[in-house]
Design a protein around this ligand. Structure first.
Ligand SMILES: Nc1nc2c(ncn2[C@@H]2O[C@H](COP(=O)(O)OP(=O)(O)OP(=O)(O)O)[C@@H](O)[C@H]2O)c(=O)[nH]1
Ligand SMILES: [Zn+2]
Length: 214
């Protein structure tokens, strides 16, 4: 389950961007949600009382609360917690960051990789904070385009680098296990600021993320 100790929580007066704050560790919320999933099982023609499904509504409730725990996190707080003054002026890239999110249209998973770069402007950020902010925005109901822009904007607004580049490549289960049923299509989105809007920098970034190590 969620490692509660290490998750910074929003204060009550934080800007919730229109989300309703829920206490996702509250047993009565889990119980209430389980009741709805019990009903869902019945409505799809299953028998929620059969042995294999007895604990399924509660498992589903806990899983859904986990898969959306990004609403509880504050990406700017995470970035601000580990910025270090450093005279390094070349591109910093963290690539192949696993992304697990859910599309807001079908609530089905989309998953793949994020590649993120920035050029420091006097400060660097703790490397682990970059995958952490990917999770903050991915662990919500999303579209891939908004996810990409939110990561870019968060890094730009907190670290104030000379530029940010974000590329995300994902497979959407709503396009493979249902609907159009295309098994091999991958969606690529990108977002840039500053220096990365220039072709030379963007090309260097794209070349470095395509390069194989070793
Ligand atoms: N732009 C964008 N679209 C997405 C994303 N995830 C899912 N979708 C699309 O959201 C659209 C919803 O379209 P609708 O026509 O309302 O839904 P639908 O009838 O279930 O559509 P089909 O998936 O084509 O069967 C679909 O085209 C999905 O492929 C995403 O991250 N970005
Ligand atoms: Zn979908």
């Amino acid at each position: 389950m969620i490692d509660k100790e290490h998750l910074p929580h929003r204060d009550d007066d934080d800007d919730l961007d229109g989300y309703t704050k829920v206490d996702r560790y509250n047993p009565s919320l889990i119980q209430n949600l389980s009741g709805h999933y019990h009903d869902v099982l019945k409505q799809i023609g299953e028998n929620p009382e059969r042995e294999g499904l007895l604990k399924t509504p509660e498992r589903m409730a806990k899983a859904m609360l986990y898969l959306t725990h990004g609403y509880d996190l504050d990406a700017k707080e995470i970035m601000n917690s580990a910025m270090f003054k450093e005279e390094y002026s070349q591109m910093v890239i963290v690539k192949d960051i696993e992304v697990y999110s859910m599309c807001e249209h079908h609530m089905l998973p989309f998953f793949g990789k994020a590649h993120i770069a920035y050029i420091p402007n006097g400060y660097v950020v703790g490397l682990s904070k970059i995958p952490r902010i990917v999770d903050v925005f991915a662990r919500r109901l999303q579209v891939q385009e908004r996810l990409t822009n939110e990561i870019r904007d968060c890094i730009q607004d907190t670290l104030n680098p000379i530029g940010v580049g974000v590329v995300i490549e994902c497979r959407h289960l709503c396009m493979s296990m249902r609907g159009v049923q295309k098994q091999n299509s991958v969606t690529t989105t990108s977002a840039f600021t500053g220096e990365f809007l220039k072709e030379k920098t963007r090309t260097e970034f794209l070349n470095l993320i395509s390069a194989k190590l070793g």
